[in-house]
Design a protein around this ligand. Structure first.
Ligand code: GRF
Length: 220
């Protein structure tokens, strides 16, 4: 069983999806700690209600990004965390943090990286006239929304989409994608070769993983 820590700043729907998948036994892991940099993050109560330890580490209490990250790293280590999942954690990580958990930090981003990193990515995809977008789970390196890609899922963009409808369509797949990627990590089936992640997944399973994560209707 791997010990996972989840970092949030808000709603926490991806966090809930990961906790649900762990509870169902789909991921060989338990969540030892949820940390939020915001005391009013709605996700905190959702984690606490199911008995997951939670902690608020307010970034405003630290003078620098490094000082804040050092507190977070200490808390994660004290909780025995081996793998860190960023789930709507609205903070850039300093090298201090990235190096402390090298190749063991996952992030989910609501676009098909390397297209559209940063914020307001649905707006960027719409403005670019892209026909497809989606989501990406990747290992975190020292650049923003960057690092070896683990899994991606694809959704179409329709002519009448706005940011809200596109976000909703992508979020429906995010929850499945993140759980699938964390499972691969916890099963030790991810290695890093330079800038690429190599998945130790048989061809059939790979087809099922990627084929199963293509949008198939707004009812999802
Ligand atoms: C998700 O769209 C995720 O891709 C992005 O931030 C959002 C977080 O949503 N990084 P939630 O807090 O998991 O509901």
């Amino acid at each position: 069983m791997s010990q996972v820590g989840i970092l949030i700043s808000g709603r926490g729907s991806n966090m809930v999806a990961l906790l649900d998948a762990m509870d169902r036994g789909e991921i060989p892991a338990r969540c030892s700690l949820v940390i939020s940099n915001k005391a009013d993050a709605p996700g905190l109560a959702l984690a606490a209600a199911r008995g997951v330890p939670t902690l608020v580490i307010d970034h405003k209490a630290s003078a620098t990004r490094e000082e804040h990250d050092a507190k977070v790293v200490t808390a994660l280590r004290e909780a025995g965390v081996e793998i860190v999942c960023l789930a709507g954690y609205m903070r850039l990580l300093s090298p201090v943090f990235v190096r402390a958990f090298k190749n063991r930090i996952l992030n989910i981003h609501p676009a098909l990286l390397p297209a559209f990193p940063g914020l307001h990515v649905q707006r960027k995809a719409l403005d670019a006239g892209a026909r497809f977008s989606g989501c990406t789970v990747h290992l975190v390196d020292e650049e923003v929304d960057h690092g070896p890609i683990l899994l991606q899922a694809v959704v179409p963009i329709f002519p009448d989409d706005d940011e809200e409808s596109l976000s909703r369509r992508i979020l429906g797949l995010e929850h499945h994608l993140y759980a699938a990627a964390l499972r691969l990590m916890c099963e030790g089936r991810v290695t890093v070769d330079g800038s690429r992640a190599v998945l130790d997944v048989p061809h059939k399973e790979y087809q099922r993983l990627s084929g199963g994560l293509i949008w198939s209707g707004d009812s999802q």
